[in-house]
Design a binder for this molecule. Structure first.
Ligand code: ATP
Length: 342
């Protein structure tokens, strides 16, 4: 992994500024991603964590411009890749960016692989989409890619079909497909969730290795802070579409500030625990239609909630340089305003 301080001085590869992505439900638009801003530096691995329904996938689909047409849209903010505003690109231009500059892998590889075509055919397709390459050279490159992602006997696997491979191998194939065109940014959406623990560790190791050899940045989306601790430089904690905490990985683990992050920390299995006694966070993430319009969205589940949390909407503020927290516990201005009013 690269040194965190070295990365800080570089211009961003990806900039997400005040992103709001909404879905239309019963004639009304609701934000699934609400005013999210962050940057990804070249060669940086950034983790996006949060429970199911926090907006992690919608955020990555927004970056890829793959939101379901007609139902979902970016209604505010912008996304810049290498300084280019992706919103301004037409479909053809965006198709070039996808795969070639930014690639994505998903949780369940079987849904992304076509069962009726061989691995070789599917991998060469993505090469043909972006490069003028002969069939023979594409096959050679596919075998090389399969080898690179740790698939043994790649010359055999190239002619096999997805169902002939294990879950871990299929995820390796997806990674091979994603890195085929050497993208500068890989978005990995829960890449290990469907795999057993040993295979999970191997896939994470592979991603880390590729990040270094290919000089790639990675956005690693996960609900598991344990995965983040292993692989990321910087972390964004999302709750109900918003960033509630954002900092480097060491600071996050040494001094998590937001009550939501603290609860997520308690749900990481630890090696020194004889039995897995995992804290679970009571309640669920509010649905888009039931999202509180005012105050903190975590209030109903927060063990540290105060009366003011229902009426005052917290702002994402730096609690120390580079450590953003969106919680009234770390804001003093609302208390001062209250004092003035008295
Ligand atoms: N096509 C859609 N139409 C309406 N609402 C949607 C759609 N896709 C996602 N949502 C809503 O947007 C919110 C964020 O969903 P998202 O899938 O991004 O969460 P997530 O954090 O990625 O969860 P998971 O880990 O389960 O994928 C949720 O409330 C979800 O129900």
């Amino acid at each position: 992994m690269n040194n965190f301080t070295d990365l800080q001085s570089q211009p961003p590869l990806l900039e997400v500024n005040n992103l709001e992505t909404a879905f239309e439900i019963d004639g009304e638009w609701h934000n699934a991603v609400d005013n999210v801003s962050f940057q990804v530096k070249p060669k940086q691995v950034i983790g996006v964590v949060g429970e199911s329904g926090c907006g992690k996938s919608v955020m990555s689909l927004s970056i890829m411009k793959l939101l379901p047409k007609g139902i979902g849209k970016i209604r505010n903010g912008d996304i810049k890749f290498n300084g280019i505003n992706l919103e301004k690109l037409n479909d053809k231009e965006m198709n070039k960016v996808r795969g070639k500059d930014i690639a994505m892998i998903f949780q369940e590889p079987m849904t992304s692989l076509n069962p009726v075509f061989t691995i070789g055919f599917q991998l060469s397709e993505s090469l043909h989409n972006h490069f003028n390459i002969s069939k023979k050279d594409a096959r050679k490159k596919v075998i090389h890619l399969l080898d690179k992602v740790g698939i043994s006997r790649p010359e055999k696997v190239v002619d096999e079909y997805p169902h002939q491979l294990s879950g871990g191998m299929r995820q390796r194939v997806m990674i091979a497909m994603a890195i085929a065109c050497e993208p500068k940014l890989l978005i990995a959406d829960e890449p290990t969730t469907a795999l057993d623990v040993t295979v999970q560790a191997q896939i994470l190791e592979l991603l880390q290795e590729l990040q270094t050899t290919n000089d790639m940045s990675i956005i690693l989306i996960t609900h598991d802070l344990g995965v983040v601790a292993e692989s990321c430089h910087e972390v964004i904690v999302m709750y109900a579409g918003e960033v509630v905490e954002q900092t480097d990985v060491v600071t996050l683990f040494e001094s998590p500030k937001h009550p939501y992050t603290q609860l997520l920390m308690q749900s990481i299995p630890r090696m020194d625990q004889e039995e897995e006694v995992l804290a679970s966070i009571e309640g669920i993430v509010p649905s888009l239609k039931n999202m509180p319009r005012q105050g903190c969205k975590f209030v109903d589940r927060c063990p540290k909630a105060m009366d003011e949390c229902r009426s005052i909407t917290p702002q994402l503020r730096e609690s120390s340089p580079g450590h953003g927290v969106k919680c009234l516990l770390y804001e003093t201005s609302w208390e001062q305003e209250g004092m003035k009013a008295k």
